[in-house]
Design a protein around this ligand. Structure first.
Ligand code: 4HQ
Length: 258
């Protein structure tokens, strides 16, 4: 999988892609990331990449020509590359979209700064617009990193080999069950007994119940999309009927008090 990133701030991308899992994925040749400075495609002597907005108003707008030329340069070697612009006006990014993008061979991420890019670049060159959430960043760079990270971990070989099967199917549609590691007694708080029982069936049943409970308490909206079994629905009814459910989730309690 090839990722090209068009940015005015190439240095922002150095360490996030050098560390840990993504760094190893690059070393193994599973992903290739190219950082391209849009400024290198400016035509004038001073390599100007922004200008004031027509109609007035605050801030600066990224000029069309340097962006257009950088995209055309990439497309001249691969016309099939897909151009993604990061913006709060885009489609809200989710796991389903990460999976869809993971099946493509070559993505170009266009990172805007200032008040954004000239609208005509969007019309002529952008295939898809993605938002990573309803808040305003200083630029599209961090958003591009988020999207690339979410896509990369889905590619074969990037995580452990047995992870991919777990990734698809319904495991994605619920929140994760709680995790514990040693010591057994952490400041007086103990690990649930079932996890020490060695009873694999009981453990997986407990985890599924905790995932359902946590999803119901924190993100009930996710349950509408989740492919639940008959057994899941039975457990969910039990959880929903239990008055103590909302108290058992420590963080949900803290969030609601705030
Ligand atoms: N920006 N999701 C403004 C974002 C953003 C987001 C990127 C800030 C584009 C011009 N991008 N620039 N949220 O806030 O993707």
């Amino acid at each position: 999988m090839r990722f090209d990133i068009l940015t005015l701030f190439p240095k922002m991308f150095s360490s996030p892609f050098e560390e840990s899992i993504l760094g190893r994925a690059i070393e193994k040749g599973l992903i290739q990331i190219r950082i391209i400075n849009i400024r290198d495609f400016a035509l004038d002597k001073h390599q100007v990449v922004d200008d004031t907005p027509y109609g007035g108003g605050q801030g600066m707008v990224m000029k069309g020509e340097p962006i257009a030329r950088s995209i055309e340069w990439i497309k001249s070697e691969d016309p099939s590359a897909r151009v993604i612009y990061l913006t709060p006006q885009g489609r809200p990014f989710d796991q389903e979209q990460a999976q869809a993008l993971a099946s493509r061979a070559h993505l170009i991420f266009l990172c805007g700064r200032y008040e954004g890019i000239d609208e005509r670049v969007r019309d002529l060159f952008v295939d898809e617009e993605i938002s990573i959430g309803d808040y305003v960043l200083t630029g599209g760079e961090l958003a591009a990193m988020v999207v690339i990270d979410a896509i990369s971990r889905l590619l074969p070989g990037v995580l452990g080999s047995d992870r991919s099967a777990i990734e698809d199917s319904f495991f994605n549609s619920l929140l994760e069950y709680p995790q514990y590691t040693r010591p057994y007694d952490f400041r007086g708080s103990l690990v649930p007994e079932v996890l020490l029982s060695g009873n694999h069936l009981a453990i997986s049943q407990w985890r599924q119940r905790e995932a359902l409970k946590r999803t119901w308490v924190r993100r009930p909206d996710l349950l509408a999309k989740a492919p639940l079994s008959e057994e899941d629905r039975r457990i969910l009814k039990e959880i929903q009927g239990d008055k103590s459910t909302k108290d058992c989730d420590c963080l949900a309690r803290r969030n609601n008090e705030g």
